[in-house]
Design a protein around this ligand. Structure first.
Ligand code: IMP
Ligand code: MG
Length: 184
């Protein structure tokens, strides 16, 4: 049943599931016979749900790592200068790295993470995002794999949050306007 705070469902759980199978297949084909292992770096917290579902369909052996990047806080406007909090546990030098994030919005987060990880000289670096909001881009960053293009609307569910909430919803949706005016 739909959460009553949700105004409309944009992507159903079933739609998400079938697209993930397609992306996983593309990623498998890309790495097949080319690499022994990849280091998959997931961007906390938003990409947790997407990553968990995606990796269970990957056939390329992987090691999982994560980075946390400073986020929206409780508003719906991104910080323009994301900061990377904490550090990676793996040494990515000469390794094949796949970065996974929930959404490519302004593109600032991915650009920042890509430049930091590239500086560590990986053998290759690819990016995969669950969602893409092309209208919001502030740079020319493009992901190698992207699940869905969505319009410029704030969305929650399937890992994406508003003020830390709604990440657990199995679908993606928009919030009732009243939610934004409530005291948190
Ligand atoms: P960026 O603007 O591309 O740097 O994206 C920054 C981060 O903002 C993403 O990783 C998400 O965590 C968050 N974000 C962007 N758009 C949305 C949205 O519509 N809902 C929830 N989080 C979002
Ligand atoms: Mg995020």
């Amino acid at each position: 049943m739909k959460n009553t705070d949700i105004e409309k469902v944009i992507l159903s759980a079933e739609t998400i599931r079938s697209r993930i199978l397609e992306i996983a297949e593309e990623i498998n084909q890309h790495y097949q016979d080319r690499v022994r292992e990849i280091i998959l770096i997931t961007l906390l917290d938003g990409a947790i749900v997407f990553t968990a579902d995606l990796i269970r369909h990957l056939s390329v052996p992987l090691r999982l790592d994560c980075i946390r990047v400073s986020s929206y806080g409780d508003s719906t406007n991104p910080e323009t200068a994301p900061r990377i909090l904490g550090s990676l546990k793996s040494d990515v030098r000469e390794r094949h790295v796949l970065l996974v994030d929930d959404i490519l919005d302004t593109g600032n987060t991915m650009q920042k993470v890509v430049s930091e990880v590239s500086a560590k000289k990986p053998a290759s670096l690819k990016t995969c995002v669950f969602l893409n909001k092309p209208e919001r881009r502030q740079n020319n960053f493009q992901a190698d794999w992207s699940g869905f293009n969505i319009p410029d609307e704030f969305v929650v569910g399937y890992g994406l949050d508003y003020a830390g909430r709604y990440r657990e919803l199995p679908y993606l949706g928009t919030l009732m306007p009243s939610i934004y005016t409530q005291t948190l």
